[in-house]
Design a protein around this ligand. Structure first.
Ligand SMILES: *Cc1c(COP(=O)(O)O)cnc(C)c1O
Length: 357
């Protein structure tokens, strides 16, 4: 606390990122990073961009990246916004598109940055409970008489549950709220979901947000983007150009373009994670864990006889870090990132020991 803080700062409750411990030989399964490295072509592009041109500002409009993404996703460059990680894209969306007289609706169990941005930007919100099965139910997001959303945001697959809402259900929410922006945060969609980008030409109220941090294994580069109607994109650009004209540096732009162009590597590395996930789910079931159906690069699991926080602490003693949320409804779950086959084998062996002890 300081008397030099502004009133806004006094009222903030900041997001708490998963820890990045500085311990060697850690099995780090807590922040949903990709277990395999980025495309070698992306790394080479970053190395090649590391030269005298770094004295110059990067392209403020990121035209090359927008062109590559537009081609990859079958849309126009004017339908794409890029930012310094998708968290920044989301932040701009909260200010530009999600702040209205009626509250923003999002699930009670979801990405915990959403309420943080509501606090930062003063966005009124209402949380909609997930079902007993921890699923998003499309009907709950349709106008209920006079009770309508000012805007809607949710991840698909949801975080930290990993549960996927089928595209037809997303479309019901978007079509049923023609006067509200629906933002679908597809941070994990490449691990088994169908992207709502397929719907953006039909619905001017749909914004789809992606990140390079998970499926493209570039969390350290900080690149995210949004796809939607040009009018939504223009709103985001207005905020961005009132905040920071150069959110993506030259290395990020070069690496991101090369990553998008290396489709084979991308598909292959996502496939590997999915295969490992299916093996891990089977192994955990054998140990008596319940695992929610996951379409992400993590799983959400609980054991009927073992306390989640105790399990997380016992894993930590064995240098295995997973994520536990001390929150209502989910405090008996662990969120476990899909690592390499070897890392998951170490995890399963450790859990077997812990349960037997
Ligand atoms: C990881 C994550 C993000 C943020 O990704 P960055 O691009 O690294 O900022 C956004 N939304 C959800 C649901 C995530 O899990």
């Amino acid at each position: 606390m300081s008397r030099f803080w502004s009133a806004v700062v006094h009222g903030l409750t900041p997001y708490v990122p998963g820890e990045q411990p500085k311990i060697d030989n850690l099995v780090k399964l807590n922040t949903n990073e990709h277990p395999y490295g980025p495309s070698p072509r992306a790394l080479e592009a970053i190395r090649s961009a590391t030269n005298d041109s770094l004295r110059l500002y990067p392209d403020p409009n990121a035209d090359a990246l927008k062109a590559a993404l537009a081609q990859r996703h079958g849309v126009q460059p004017t339908q794409i916004f890029v930012g310094n990680g998708s968290d920044e894209v989301l932040a701009h969306a909260f200010m530009a598109l999600l702040d209205h007289e009626r509250p923003l609706w999002f699930p009670d169990i979801t990405y915990s940055f959403y309420p943080v941005y509501c606090g930062l930007y003063g966005v009124a919100h209402k949380t909609i409970p997930l079902t007993e099965d921890y699923a998003i139910r499309a009907d709950d997001y349709l106008p209920q008489g006079h009770d309508k959303a000012g805007a809607i945001i949710f991840p698909n697959p949801n975080a930290p549950t990993g549960c996927l809402l089928p595209l037809a259900e997303i479309e019901r929410i978007v079509a049923g709220n023609p006067d509200a922006v629906v933002l679908v945060d597809e941070a994990y969609v490449d691990f088994g979901g169908e992207s709502a980008i397929a719907l953006v030409n039909q619905y001017p109220n749909l914004l789809v947000v992606h990140t390079f941090s998970k499926s493209r294994s570039l969390a350290g580069l900080r690149v995210g983007f949004a796809v939607g109607h040009p009018a939504l994109i223009e709103g985001l650009e207005r905020v961005k150009n009132s905040f920071n004209s150069y959110p993506l540096d030259r290395l990020a732009l070069a690496g991101a373009v090369a990553s998008v162009e290396d489709e084979d590597y991308f598909q292959d590395s996502c496939r590997k994670v999915i295969a490992t996930r299916e093996q891990l789910v089977a192994d955990l079931a054998t140990l008596g864990f319940e695992v929610l159906p996951s379409a992400a690069n993590f799983i959400f699991t609980r054991h009927p006889q073992h306390d989640a926080a105790t399990l997380a602490a016992a894993l930590r003693q064995r240098a295995i870090i997973v994520r536990h949320f001390k929150l209502a409804r989910i405090d008996q779950f662990l969120r476990i990132t899909i690592g390499t086959d070897a890392q998951c084998a170490v995890l399963v062996a450790a859990l077997k020991e812990i349960l037997a002890a």
